[in-house]
Design a protein around this ligand. Structure first.
Ligand code: LLP
Length: 456
């Protein structure tokens, strides 16, 4: 249940008037509600409480340090997919021992960093990767905790670009391959099998595919538990949120009335009977569910361009700030920050970027919007800022966190100077010294070198 609602005709974020935030911090502006993030986290915990779950928030959804801190301070763990995300959770005070590290293309450097940080478990996506982790662990004189990601070959009704649990996708390991790996596992002396993981995709709104995937994988989970002493089953993330009815979904009772939806309550109701008897620690990796409807993007109307064929509302946010509509054709509710009545009209809401794809809403029936008006683009908390770029040399927006009646800047708006940071006109001048750490560049530390046990 989110905390964005109208008081009279003004949109409020918790107890703060959204228009005043736009005045103070400028636009485009990402605004997050801390209360909403915490509410969603606690709802999920509560629904799964019988399983004593470990919630690992998927950092990729929104990796702002302040949000990571908010969740870390409530005991939340993290689902990481890069050395950069590990760096962020360490900076935010997150606990690597409550965090998993997934992704199909981990570099040796990233493996090393995660091992040294004391990651709870790697999520391994293939035999080749298992071999690589084994070698890195051997080199460091450690034993790497791993979970095998099973691809359960379950389709889910969602956008093709975010489906991950079907056989043709690059993710995970097929059931047959897992069985072969089980036979070989004793040969990998520097890994220990700590769990099994699945993740079938994102923005999934029915419970069935989750249930089907869990059912299919349980026999493999039981072998991992009984033969190798695995202690957890990670059922991934992917729970969908309301985009079409984003504003209404903040009303009390809305979630409970969505009987067909994979709300935390329904998800738990269907999965508990399957998961409980396993006697394992259950890990979940929600991203969007926790932060998606906890964020809006405020943008100001620059121009109206009314043509016989079409009306355009041109705003100061662009596809570089929020790429979801351009990339996935995704729907985001767009509402006025200050309602002032009048006839609805049909228009395209577009940004300033030089591409026709820079369109937040096509042929949308919407409230009147004139130059100078503020609009709120809903459900922008997940995969909004985290996918933003500086395309068209547009500095990325500021981010603000609201808690009750308080608000604070959690990322300043980028400046023009930020746009060119690290660049150089003269050759070589900008190349940072190789630090061997922290800059994330995978210089020289190839798997081959690791194989030959050479230091980079
Ligand atoms: N775990 C793994 C292994 C994942 O790959 C993902 C998301 C999650 C958890 C979190 O999924 P969520 O609970 O947020 O659905 N950019 C796309 C979404 C990409 C999702 C990538 N993986 C979008 O804007 O819709």
């Amino acid at each position: 249940m989110h905390r964005f609602r109208y008081q009279g005709d003004s949109l409020f974020v918790e107890e703060v008037n959204a228009a005043s935030l736009a005045e103070q911090y400028g636009t485009p502006l990402y605004v997050y509600s801390a209360g909403t993030v915490v509410d969603h986290y606690e709802r999920l915990l509560l629904s799964l409480r019988e399983l004593n779950p470990l919630v690992c928030y998927a950092v990729k959804a929104n990796s702002n340090l302040a949000l990571l801190r908010l969740l870390a301070s409530r005991g939340c763990g993290f689902d990481l997919v890069s050395g950069g995300e590990l760096y962020r959770i360490l900076r935010a005070g997150g606990d690597p021992a409550r965090s998993t590290f997934a992704g199909v293309g981990k570099t040796a450097r990233e493996m090393e960093e995660a091992l040294e940080a004391g990651i709870y478990s790697f999520v391994v996506e293939g035999r080749e990767e298992l071999e690589a982790i084994d070698r890195v662990a051997a080199r460091l004189g450690k034993r790497a905790p791993v979970a095998l990601r099973v691809n359960p070959d379950v389709g889910a009704k969602t956008h093709a670009k975010v489906k991950t649990g079907v056989a043709e996708s690059k993710f995970g390991i097929s059931a047959e391959e897992i069985e072969a790996l089980y036979r070989e596992l004793p040969r990998f002396c520097h890994v220990s099998l700590r769990g099994i993981q699945i993740h079938i995709g994102s923005q999934i709104r029915d419970v069935e595919p989750f249930e089907e995937a869990v059912r299919r994988v349980i026999p493999l989970v039981e072998i991992a538990r009984d033969r190798f002493g695995a202690e957890f089953f990670d059922i991934g993330g992917g729970l969908g949120i309301a985009y079409e009815e984003a504003l209404q979904s903040g009303d009390p009772g809305w979630w409970e009335n969505k009987a067909q939806w994979a709300t935390p309550a329904h998800y738990a109701e269907r999965l508990l009977p399957l998961l409980g008897p396993l006697g394992l620690r259950i890990v979940v990796e929600p991203g969007r569910l926790l932060v998606g409807n906890a964020g809006i993007l405020l943008t100001r109307v620059l121009f109206r361009k009314d043509r016989p064929q079409k009306k355009f509302v041109i705003v100061d946010a662009g596809m570089n700030d929020l790429i979801r509509p351009a990339l996935y054709g995704s729907f985001h509710q767009i509402v006025p920050v200050t309602r002032r009545g009048g006839e609805l009209f049909e228009a395209d809401v577009v940004g300033p970027v030089c591409e026709s794809g820079d369109c937040f809403a096509a042929s949308r029936r919407m409230a009147p919007a004139e130059p100078g008006d503020l609009l709120a683009i809903f459900s922008a908390g997940a995969y909004g800022f985290s996918m933003a770029s500086q395309y068209n040399s547009r500095p990325r927006p500021a981010e603000v966190l609201v808690e009750g009646a308080n608000h604070r800047l959690i990322r300043r708006r980028e400046s023009y100077e930020d746009l060119v940071r690290g660049e150089a006109i003269d050759e070589g001048a900008a190349a940072p010294e190789f630090s061997g750490r922290a800059d994330g560049a995978n210089k020289g530390l190839t798997l081959d070198r690791v194989n030959r046990k050479e230091k980079p």
